[in-house]
Design a protein around this ligand. Sequence first.
Ligand SMILES: Cc1cc2nc3c(=O)[nH]c(=O)nc-3n(C[C@H](O)[C@H](O)[C@H](O)COP(=O)(O)O)c2cc1C
Length: 387
Amino acid sequence: MNNHFGDYQNAIYLAGLGGVLPKYPVDFATLKARAEAAMPPAILHYVQGGCGDEYTQDRNALAFHDWGMVPRMLVDTSQRDLSIELFGSKLPSPLFMSPIGVTGLCTQDGHGDLAAARASAQTGVPLTVSTLTNDPLEDIIAATGDTPAYFQLYTPKNHELAASLVRRAENAGYKAIVVTLDTWVTGWRPRDLNNANFPQLRGHVLQNYFTDPVFRELLGADPASDLRAAVLLWVSLFGKVLTWNDLDWLRSLTRLPIVLKGICHPDDARRAVDAGIDAIYCSNHGGRQANGGIAAIDLLPAVVDAAGATPVLFDSGVRSGSDVVKALALGATAVGIGRPYAYGLALGGAEAAAHVLRSILAEADLMMAVNGYPTIADVRSAGASRR
Ligand SMILES: Cc1cc2nc3c(=O)[nH]c(=O)nc-3n(C[C@H](O)[C@H](O)[C@H](O)COP(=O)(O)O)c2cc1C
């Protein structure tokens, strides 16, 4: 008999018989409320806030309710398989952790990136490490154990610096480079603006730059000895405006699979596939960049259709196991968890982040068990329809 992710609920109920309640909530609403009470306001706003009036980020989550799946009965789902193949690795589940640039600040000790890495090691859920971290990318991957990790690139304007970051990620053992396309400039984020708070300008989450030989050479000094100059250099280097013409150059930097993050239009997906990109990442950055109004999940089916055989990663608004199953039903190859694991880190470091991932996986697995889908292929062929 296989172990199943859904068994996590048995452990919780059994602990309850001994009088022990779960230390952290299993649902997103309670998790969010607990995080709101626990996190320092500036960090909470940075994690929770989004663009404009935050309509898009709210729609991202709410739109999952517009999609539904029809249960099938008299199917033996006593054995279930949620594993997938991605970038040459077999993964126990289709979940991954999306890149979150202030992960480092989500734990009180300032080493949230390492805590996220430990949660990844404990759950087998790959971590996508942001360019913006409080610990160097080499130290973070060292804490991921046997679980593969991916490196997310905010492409610097300076080509040598971009090449250096990618080379470091490749040498350190990352399994893919995720190039984020929608963030050469920061979107209009009223919560952060009202607090005049942008963590990078305060010298936070810049360790990948500060430890980089090209960055240090450009600075001509130790970043620790002149933080202001180092931050100003970072400002001047952040955010190359990428166009289709840059894909060949990006390809020349690495042998690793290249994933394009932020693709929401089927024509862009088609063009990326034609250009030989290894995977599409359909995401609207959790509504943090543009308040465009359409939920990412509603854009996923057309992107999947256009991508053909190319894997499609998805995130934005995933809050539960049933959201995960719906995204799979709509064709996602792998599903990214964002804010929920950041809240977990804030409540209890690696242990709580791992709990958040396990709870989401348990719900996904049990939904498959109850609805008659023993495998992801069954989920996909069942599909999802609009209510
Ligand atoms: C606080 C925060 C920081 C983020 N930083 C990055 C980042 O450094 N790189 C990136 O590609 N995406 C970043 N994202 C976007 C996430 O990768 C992901 O697309 C988003 O969180 C999905 O939305 P959701 O968390 O509401 O589900 C960030 C998101 C949040 C909430």
